[in-house]
Design a protein around this ligand. Structure first.
Ligand code: IMP
Ligand code: MG
Length: 182
């Protein structure tokens, strides 16, 4: 799918479910929370590309203590019934995480399968601590046991786009979260 038409692009945006302002307020609050919790500690914010890049870029600017950012990319190959074991890391972190308190910054936790594999992998590297902060959580969809340490918004089982989240690689640039309409 390639979209070049503005009207077609707009017609896929069904309804804004989380506004720009609501996101900004939640991100500011999360930034303050991280700044308190990790003050005086080496902090590494890790984002799994691509979905979380917008969230991480706002979040790191809402943190007012020293921190580093790191990026990973992963490909998942899950059959419908399978719940673990099929994640390939296509780009790894540059940092040795044993020297950091790591916070994984996610866009959305859906089934939880990808993230749970990434957590397993990062745990093996023995970071000083490891937590998960997600912008969105769809708990109804979970197939593995996984709770984020911090979740900014809980949403129902609807496909959403915007603020980093895509459909067919589009809509990541919307400044809000919307319901997607085919
Ligand atoms: P899972 O938790 O392993 O199922 O994978 C979560 C990934 O699926 C997220 O990082 C997103 O890339 C994608 N995803 C899940 N739900 C949505 C959605 O509603 N909109 C866009 N992407 C989604
Ligand atoms: Mg993602």
């Amino acid at each position: 799918m390639q979209i070049t038409d503005r009207e077609k692009f707009k017609s896929s945006i069904n309804r804004v479910i989380i506004t720009r302002e609501e996101i900004q307020n939640a991100v500011a609050k999360a930034g303050r929370m991280l700044s308190e919790e990790y003050e005086g500690k080496p902090l590494l914010l890790v984002s799994v590309l691509k979905g979380a890049f917008v969230f991480l870029s706002d979040l790191c600017r809402a943190v007012d203590i020293p921190c580093e950012v790191g990026f990973m990319a992963a490909k998942s190959y899950f059959a419908d019934t399978q719940s673990s074991g099929s994640v390939e890391i296509t780009m790894d972190l540059a940092q040795d995480i044993s020297k950091y308190h790591v916070v994984i910054v996610e866009d959305i936790i859906d089934t939880g399968r990808t993230l749970s594999e990434i957590i397993k992998l990062l745990r093996q590297r023995e970071p000083l601590s490891l937590k998960v902060l997600t912008l969105l959580d769809k708990p109804e969809r979970r197939v593995v046991e996984l709770d984020a340490d911090y979740s900014l918004f809980t949403i129902p089982d609807h496909f959403v786009i915007g603020y980093g989240l895509d459909y067919g690689e589009y809509f990541r640039n919307l400044p809000y979260i919307a319901d997607f309409k085919e």
